[in-house]
Design a protein around this ligand. Structure first.
Ligand code: NDP
Length: 275
């Protein structure tokens, strides 16, 4: 106790930290922007954040799907609104953050989750397809983070959560631009984490395993045997579901993770550690 109450000397000044609020996972009063928050993993994360008390901006393209998500989030007792974005476009990403701050008064948490895949052999991609995947999955996350940085500084800090993949770690023959973008997400998170630690902004990546969403329904059609391969390799013995992402979202968005930055955390039922 004496150690904790001692006045900081010059030698210990940098060892001090702010005391935590009573509830380490409390997000009341915080505002989260979730790209692709209208379904799949993004909505799973948005639900976790809302249950912890955060107000949620659902950012996506599909209006009907987004409005259904907003209604579900409002049912959890928080404020929520749909703000349309096409993350392939720089101006749209910047407008999303500006509009979120205008409508909600602040931006504390950014979840860069919007993503797509185009599955082909590497020799068959057009440059247009390559850029579409890189722009959607990686460049958009950089632009949204860059736009959110001054908003987070204004409120004394923030949390950026970037969505990677098992393809951040592994390769696969049919997914070169996607794996490139998801590897980039991990390195971008590390670089931003080092740059923005001084602003009390923590930047981390989440690497989902195989999760049952619209994206992987398509993959199961494109890649024969995928379903059985995933079951065989995943120690948990099942596909993940979007609700599996509620907990990691709350952890990485809350004071519980204030000394956690630049990491890439697999949420994969053990897929990534199976020998
Ligand atoms: P979904 O297809 O359900 O979600 C993708 C989301 O991205 C949708 O909400 C979609 O919104 C949004 N989106 C895509 N393109 C754009 C765009 N140009 N502008 C705005 N929003 C866009 O799939 P998942 O939930 O599975 O994917 C979410 C993230 O998780 C992705 O980054 C994906 O790569 C990653 N991931 C998923 C895994 C899985 O097994 N499912 C495994 C590893 C990573 P809208 O419908 O409005 O277009």
């Amino acid at each position: 106790l004496a150690h904790h109450t001692r006045r900081p000397s010059s030698a210990t000044a940098n060892l001090q930290r702010e005391p935590h609020s009573m509830n380490l996972f409390d997000l009341k009063g915080k505002v989260a922007v979730v790209t692709g928050g209208n379904g799949g993993i993004g909505l799973g994360m948005a639900k976790g954040l809302a249950k912890a008390g955060a107000d949620i901006v659902v950012a996506g393209r599909d209006k009907a799907k987004s409005e259904a998500a907003v209604a579900e989030l409002k049912g959890l007792g928080v404020k929520s609104a749909f703000i349309a974005v096409d993350v392939e476009k720089e101006a749209s990403c910047r407008a999303l953050i500006t509009e979120s701050a205008k409508q909600f008064g602040r931006v504390d948490i950014l979840v860069n989750n919007a993503g797509i895949n185009i599955r082909k052999q590497p020799e068959d991609y057009t440059m247009e397809e390559w850029h579409k995947v890189l722009n959607t999955n990686l460049t958009s996350a950089f632009i949204c983070s860059q736009a959110a940085h001054p908003e987070m500084k204004k409120v004394g800090g923030g949390k950026v959560i970037n969505i990677g993949s098992m393809m951040s770690l592994f390769g696969a023959p049919y997914t070169t631009p996607y794996a490139t973008s998801k590897g980039g997400i991990v390195q971008m998170s590390r670089a931003l984490a080092t740059a923005w630690a001084k602003d009390n902004i923590q930047v981390n990546a989440v690497l989902p395993g195989w999760i049952d969403t619209a994206l992987t329904k398509r993959a199961r059609l494109d890649v024969p045997q995928l379903h059985d391969d995933v079951l065989r390799r995943t120690p948990a013995g099942r596909w993940g579901v979007p609700d599996d992402f509620e907990g990691i979202a709350v952890f990485l968005a809350s004071p519980a993770s204030d000394f956690v930055t630049g990491t890439a955390i697999p949420v994969c039922g053990g897929f990534s550690i199976r020998g």
